[in-house]
Write a protein that binds this ligand. Structure first.
Ligand SMILES: [Zn+2]
Length: 162
């Protein structure tokens, strides 16, 4: 399960809107507690893909800067996010082909304000849906009581968008 404060989700959505029609991307950091990832920060990164409207490549220097800050603040990388400006929140074939961090959460957001989290299973070579829990501010304790975000609605399969 990935727990994301609403403020951080809004930040990813805002980033997605700002980058449209290109894909936005970034790093999600926080802490792991009992098999649950709790997001504490997101790092906006530049998309340096040569085809930024359909796929993403996190700028290496942005990734390094994010990782440095994550370490400095005693957090860990929980995963990554990117946007699908033209589609839904299912991983594309390209997303699956390029996923590499086993156990990392891959959050996909779109311009309709939807979000979903996917866990990369290296052995199976595919994404597994991860429960995404959006919590209101200050609700870090007792997250079980919080309602689900919009992110867990099942979506129809997507095309080739990255
Ligand atoms: Zn994608």
């Amino acid at each position: 399960m990935l727990v994301i404060p609403r403020k951080l989700l809004e930040e990813m959505l805002e980033h997605a809107r700002r980058c449209a029609p290109q894909e936005a991307c970034g790093v999600i950091a926080g802490e792991r507690r009992g098999g649950r990832g709790i997001a504490r920060a997101v790092y906006r990164c530049r998309n340096v893909s040569s085809m930024p409207e359909v796929r993403y490549t996190i700028a290496p220097e942005d990734l390094v800067r994010a990782l440095d800050d994550v370490e400095k603040k005693g957090m860990e990388v929980l995963g990554f996010y990117h946007s699908h400006p033209h589609g839904g929140v299912l991983p594309s074939a390209i997303d699956s082909a390029r996923a590499s961090w086993h156990g990392a959460s891959y959050v996909i957001v779109n311009l309709r304000g939807e979000a979903a989290a996917w866990l990369w299973d290296e052995e199976a070579g595919r994404f597994r849906r991860e429960r995404l829990l959006v919590v209101e501010e200050g609700a870090h304790h007792g997250v079980e009581d919080e309602h689900e975000g919009d992110g867990n609605r099942q979506k129809a399969p997507q095309g080739e968008e990255g």
